[in-house]
Design a binder for this molecule. Structure first.
Ligand code: NI
Length: 181
């Protein structure tokens, strides 16, 4: 018997919430799990707008997408608990910190492009969620760099999900207006 989306959601968000523990969304007092749930919300809307979308895969990868990068959790444990496909999706979304910093994003994007479109969708949803008004302490250069990075993500992954690509495009446009103020 396969588990319902509700069950998969609850299992993944509980695991992620436990592992991320006291972690907060950067520059805020908001528990990190809110970020994960926002990414998953984007995925749920995208699923409604997308034909033949593997929702169980996308929901689990969305909720777990930072658990290898930000916690002590290992890929083997994810494979055991959530299956190989979910674990390798999360792995592709995890930056390799053995590489020089400036190569990490392009390396991750290259690996994402070898995974199912649902994993591309999670990366798009992640950046959509992260394109909030920048923290006050960010310099113009940092803001411009973050926007440029978002544009690279859009360029590389836009074919992964039309609905999310469109959302990211308009978020990038608004972000530019925001930082010009
Ligand atoms: Ni994230």
């Amino acid at each position: 018997m396969t588990d319902s989306i509700h069950t998969l959601y609850q299992r993944a968000i509980s695991f992620a919430a436990e592992r991320h523990g006291e972690q907060k969304i950067p520059d805020s007092a908001i528990p990190y799990v809110v970020h994960l749930s926002n990414v998953c919300m984007e995925i749920l809307f995208a699923a409604q707008a997308t034909d033949s979308f593997d929702l169980p895969l996308a929901v689990q990868v969305a909720l777990l997408h930072d658990v290898l990068e930000d916690t002590q959790t290992q890929e083997d444990e994810l494979t055991e608990r959530f299956g190989r496909q979910v674990a390798s999706g999360v792995k592709a979304l995890t930056k390799n910190d053995a590489l020089p910093k400036e190569e990490r994003m392009s390396d991750s994007l290259r690996r994402i492009k070898q995974t199912p479109k649902e994993v591309w969708a999670v990366k798009l949803a992640d950046r959509i969620t992260n394109l909030q008004p920048p923290p006050a302490r960010w310099t113009q250069a940092k803001i411009a760099q973050y926007r440029a990075e978002a544009q690279i993500i859009y360029n590389e992954l836009k074919d992964g999900n039309a609905y999310l690509a469109e959302r990211l495009k308009s978020k990038i446009k608004k972000y530019a207006i925001n930082d010009a103020q």
